[in-house]
Write a protein that binds this ligand. Sequence first.
Ligand SMILES: *Cc1c(COP(=O)(O)O)cnc(C)c1O
Length: 231
Amino acid sequence: MGSIGSRLQEVKGRIERACLAAGRDENSVTLLAVSKTFGADAVRQAHAAGQRRFGENYVQEAIAKIQALAELRTGLEWHLIGPLQSNKTRAVAETFDWVHTVDRLKVAERLAEQRPAGLAPLQLCLQVNVSGEASKSGVAVAEAAALAAAVTTLPREKVCLRGLMAIPEPATGPQAQRAPHRALRELLQAINAQQGLALDTLSMGMSTDLEAAVHEGATIVRVGTAIFGTR
Ligand SMILES: *Cc1c(COP(=O)(O)O)cnc(C)c1O
């Protein structure tokens, strides 16, 4: 299995090769290390190996970890990639740098209201349900443009809409893996064109499909297992 540091290097190598194969700049993809269920120690090891951006799914667990790593806080970026209930928005607005899982206006409004003055705007992605019925989280594809339009009217000093995120149904083979990622990219392009926006973020691709996601334009890949091991 090797150390967290060596696995991080392997994942970076995969991203680099995928960028090369897709004719993309290797710096156009950001690696988010998904540390859910792993302790502060694992994050420390990844940090020592140069990793700075971490993704967490569960608000309570994340906040405990962020507090345990308080001395590293200014150098780290924390991204919420798990579902967000309205009653947890305050803690998230006060703690995180990014939220990838906005799927209704109410959550974005609360995050904007509750983002403390003095912190940089919270960076947001809309989670889109690209797999249809099969998955329950995320805004429907047909409703994503309207949600984007509404979120971009919220105060800019509080929240900043950056793009779209998806968790497609697991699939095998490059073609099947690429299809939902392509759909997310095309949706982002359509929203930008229709609304004159410049949303620049596609959060898609995990341990088993990051190559397919990079091929289709991912700008953030969220990788857990391939770095920290099986959960
Ligand atoms: C757990 C998780 C990941 C990481 O998945 P791996 O298969 O472990 O790489 C990425 N995105 C989301 C939303 C997750 O919940």
